[in-house]
Design a binder for this molecule. Sequence first.
Ligand SMILES: Cc1cc2nc3c(=O)[nH]c(=O)nc-3n(C[C@H](O)[C@H](O)[C@H](O)COP(=O)(O)O)c2cc1C
Length: 256
Amino acid sequence: MSVFTAAYPIIIDITSNRDSAAQERPKDAVEITDSLMKNRFSCRYYLPKPVEKKTIEDIIDAARCAPSGNNMQPWHKVYCITGTLKDTIAGEMVAANTDSPGAYSAEYLYYPAGPLHPDYARRRFEFGKHFYAPLHVDHGDLKARARVSTRNYDFFNAPVAFIFTINNGLTQGSWLDVGYFLQSITIGARARGLETISQEAPAKYQLILRKHLPIGDDEVVALAMSMGYPDLEKVAQFSAKQPKREVSDIVEFCGF
Ligand SMILES: Cc1cc2nc3c(=O)[nH]c(=O)nc-3n(C[C@H](O)[C@H](O)[C@H](O)COP(=O)(O)O)c2cc1C
């Protein structure tokens, strides 16, 4: 028995369960997990096939085990919307985006207000090239680009949309925590044949979201996510895989 387990006997069960879970880990766990992560993509085309409420509950049930600083679990609320409510919200967001986009703003800055570091500016530009090419939209055609981005407010016709909020007294650390939760949802969805796209764009229309959802005054609308079964034909026709940085560019091994 370690000093730790002696001092906190309740831990014994947890650690022994974890040990046995490790032993029981299926042989193909690496292959499956890596494939779920490596083949992930932001899905912007969905089949009109409903997603069972139980499936969503199961995904959240797994994702809620994400780590967070001091276990604060700051994924304040997840508003999960479908059906006519989703369509009403989407309709109002699309209309607002057409008629009066200047009247709305998100409660936080997703990107810095000033110029981006050249590495990020370059990658952002590259994203645009890959994103617009299969749609036959010229990078300089701002009207066509705006038409494309309007699909954000329709939740890309996905059968289910999520709105994630964070308490307004929390800071960057907690926003990091929520990122773990979000990626867990993404991978949990993939394991069940579903795809997702994270969306900061709808946060701009938080006033419309607040009109229809019981979002408290102390909640910041952080992100939306669309989810559904992918329309793989359209994905193949209209999307390109976004390039990712190489391991050697990302990691700096020190002391190995
Ligand atoms: C937090 C977050 C917010 C995003 N917001 C949007 C968005 O509003 N609209 C959109 O079309 N894509 C959005 N994306 C998707 C990114 O464009 C996408 O992840 C990136 O281009 C890489 O492509 P991939 O996810 O297919 O690998 C967002 C992604 C993240 C993680």
